[in-house]
Design a protein around this ligand. Structure first.
Ligand SMILES: Nc1nc2c(ncn2[C@@H]2O[C@H](COP(=O)(O)OP(=O)(O)O)[C@@H](O)[C@H]2O)c(=O)[nH]1
Ligand SMILES: [Mg+2]
Length: 695
């Protein structure tokens, strides 16, 4: 359906932890709008949202997917997001383009995991209006009340039911709508019939409606007064009050149902239209004017200058590289010239597309708020702003995710290195959490990502899309080197070989910089003992020596180097000679500056059942881990700890066996610390052996 007005748009992120039932719910919603003629299924590999073979085979979402359908007078775009830790970032970034979220969790006590909390924190950060949907009420032992209580206790949500389930498990057949005070029963053909509330639910419904009215009116003094006076509110007053409370993120209305059994789906569509705001009601988008650097903003309105935020790239097998964006302000028609204000480049927008699962539909225009895509932009990447050249604005970039794990990638066929690198770089285009580097020392291709599963999926895609088979070698720990003391040393190169010789002579002092200080270079040469044109070569020599490492071949960091003396030769000196001399001087100085190795330290949150806590902590201690604290969380414990990366490269399988599969964890880079001396010796020996083998 083509919409003509911004008030008709709802962009809804379907979010929550993996396995909650998001994709199944999205399929049911899509089918109910009539956009698809049968309900897709995760389990049958017929989903319109889990499109990639890697997702279908695993029956879980690895990347966000989009489709849309008409409901009432609106066009609802569904953004189905992944919920597993390794793949969260993509969905969290897509929420920038959403006007609201449906937070899905299953009808069971203690089901919420770290991922659910991360998603919730993001919703809070963005001030995103949200509804909660408790899924899987058709399962045996489904527990609606506990799930609602967990939303409050675990997430701190101001959760208030707007529905009660009718029947549970096998007998689950519909919901009580607490606004209309009617039963809405799902029929087998996907439609909904309205009935009176079953007698046995009448009194529960009445008290739930009262609680609903109270929390809706709480945010509005006038309404509260009226309610206290009259003892009740009209339905439309209640909807209006709830709409406002949702818009402000003050209340989370809770709905319920089943995606796979298509129950509670039509009522959810109704509430998406009624309660989730259109882009017009969202705050103006803020950014900066790229010319002046001043803060700038765009109201979500058609009469504002055109601006678009590109939040995702998709490598489509047919259309090529698709840039997925939201029209933040103004109106976009096909064949338009814009600028990329993030990269200061011109772009030409060709055909406009709306994403419909694995397909795209061409459209004539996209209005404010709409999510669309365009193929084959030249210089645009995810996170960029595209806009009217005459009124430029630049929006904040996407969230960055630090990688937690690295593997060396080795092609199975010799000579496939370039093909592998090119393919991986293309995959990284689509997935900014994937990083590809060439290790300067070992010449290996190093692939870094959020977790082991993330890397494994990337390798599968590499084979499917680019026909390169690779092997993953032991993950490499990115150690660093630094110094602990100041030291001075000379670096002198003198070579006489037949004709012209090589001469450079430098005296360098090095000092430790505070952690994160990087590199500083100071030139204190006076009287031209080293001519000015050679100074940059000295700096370059030191930078190269640092990059290649001095004690174990790892990058050296946090050093200040001062060039304070030296000498030159009028014929034999050259840039090259000074570069080499400086590098020698720097290395000589490092030898006397108490050089040490630094190792990456991971900050980990491990969720374990009570009875496994002792074993997990004992195991952490044997990995040189520091436990920072333990917090109870809905029947489990969250252990917060700091552990050296080298000790947790393959933590997943170990935690699985310690906890019989019931533990889960997330980790991110926290910082660098000095490697204990006895381990440092081992690392140096291994690295030097490796270097000798290479040579
Ligand atoms: N019984 C039941 N199973 C469901 C329901 N929703 C999802 N599932 C199943 O739970 C699993 C995970 O569902 P999926 O939609 O992929 O969850 P997602 O990871 O949140 O997208 C699949 O095997 C689904 O068939 C539901 O409402 N009822
Ligand atoms: Mg999914």
């Amino acid at each position: 359906m083509a919409v003509s007005d911004v008030t008709q748009i709802r962009n809804v992120g379907i979010v929550g932890q993996g396995g909650a039932g998001k994709t199944s719910l999205a399929e049911a919603l899509l089918f109910a709008t009539g956009a698809t003629n049968r309900q897709g299924s995760v389990d049958d590999e017929t989903s319109n949202f889990d499109i990639e073979p890697e997702e279908q085979r695993r029956k879980l979402s690895l990347t966000s997917a989009f489709h849309h359908g008409p409901w009432q007078k609106c066009d609802i775009t569904l953004v189905d997001t992944p919920g597993y830790a390794n793949f969260l970032a993509d969905g969290l970034n897509c929420l920038r383009a959403c006007t609201g979220a449906v937070f899905v969790s299953e009808a069971a006590a203690g089901a919420l995991k770290v991922e659910a909390e991360k998603v919730w924190a993001r919703i809070e950060d963005l001030g995103l209006p949200r509804l909660a949907f408790i899924s899987k009420l058709d399962r045996e032992n489904a527990d609606y009340d506990s799930a609602v209580a967990d939303l409050k206790n675990v997430l701190g949500a101001n959760a208030v039911p707007v529905q009660l389930p009718i029947g549970l498990g096998e007998t689950f057949r519909g919901v009580v709508d607490l606004i209309k005070m009617r039963a809405r029963i799902a029929a087998a053909d996907g439609t909904v019939s309205e009935e009176d509330i079953p007698a046995d639910l009448q009194s529960a419904a009445e008290s739930a409606r009262e609680a609903l009215i109270e929390s809706a009116a709480e945010t509005d003094d006038e309404l509260l007064e009226k309610y206290l006076d009259a003892g009740t509110l009209e339905d439309d007053e209640l909807v209006a009050a709830l709409h406002k409370a949702v818009k402000d993120g003050a209340v989370t209305p809770v709905l319920c149902g089943s995606g796979t059994a298509a129950i509670g789906v039509v009522p959810l569509l109704d509430e998406i239209v009624d309660l989730i705001p259109s882009p017009a009601e969202r705050p103006a988008a803020t950014g900066v004017d790229p010319k002046t650097g001043d803060e700038a903003e765009r109201a979500p309105a058609a009469d504002q200058p055109l601006s678009m935020f590109v939040f995702k790239t998709i490598a489509d097998p047919f259309a090529g590289k698709l840039s997925v964006f939201q029209v933040v302000s103004g109106e976009l028609t096909g064949d338009t010239a814009v600028i990329n204000s993030t990269r200061d480049a011109k772009e030409r927008i060709g055909h406009l597309l709306k994403l419909e699962g694995k397909k795209q539909q061409q459209v004539d225009k996209l209005i404010t708020g709409e999510i669309g895509a365009v193929a084959k932009l030249k210089s645009t990447e995810a996170g960029d702003t595209l806009c009217d050249e005459k009124s430029p604005i630049r929006y904040p970039e996407l969230m960055k995710v630090s990688s937690a794990i690295s593997f060396a990638v080795e092609p199975k066929a010799k000579g496939d290195e370039d093909k592998a690198t090119q393919g991986l770089l293309k995959l990284a285009d689509e997935d900014p959490t994937l990083k590809i580097e060439r290790d300067a020392q070992s010449k290996q291709i190093i692939l870094s990502g959020v977790g082991q599963l993330h890397i494994e999926v990337a390798v599968e895609k590499l084979q499917r899309k680019f026909g390169v088979e690779v092997e993953l070698k032991d993950p490499k720990v990115p150690y660093k080197e630094t110094i602990k003391k100041s030291a001075k040393a000379q670096g002198r190169l003198k070579k006489q070989s037949g004709g012209r010789g090589q001469f450079g002579d430098t005296w360098i002092e090095i000092e430790p910089l505070p952690h994160g200080g990087g590199f500083e270079f100071v030139n204190k040469i006076v009287g031209g003992v080293i001519p000015r044109q050679y100074i940059p070569a000295v700096e370059k020599g030191i930078i190269e020596a640092m990059a290649g490492g001095v004690i174990a071949g790892y990058e050296m960091v946090d050093v200040k180097a001062t060039l304070y003396d030296g000498s030159h030769h009028s014929v034999d000196s050259s840039e090259m000679a000074f570069k080499i001399a400086a590098s020698m001087g720097f290395k000589n100085a490092v030898a006397n500056a108490s050089p040490v190795l630094l190792e990456p330290i991971m900050s980990m949150e491990i969720l374990v059942p009570d009875e496994c806590m002792g074993d997990v902590i004992g195991d952490l201690n044997s990995r040189r881990g520091k436990v920072l604290g333990v917090d109870p969380k809905s029947g489990s414990q969250v252990i917060r700890s700091l552990v050296p990366m080298a000790e947790v490269l393959r933590y997943s399988p170990d935690l699985r066996s310690i906890t019989s599969g019931r533990g889960s964890f997330s980790m991110e880079l926290s910082g660098y610390e000095e490697v204990p001396a006895h381990l440092a010796e081992k690392i140096k020996a291994e690295s030097n052996a490796g270097a000798a083998e290479e040579a």
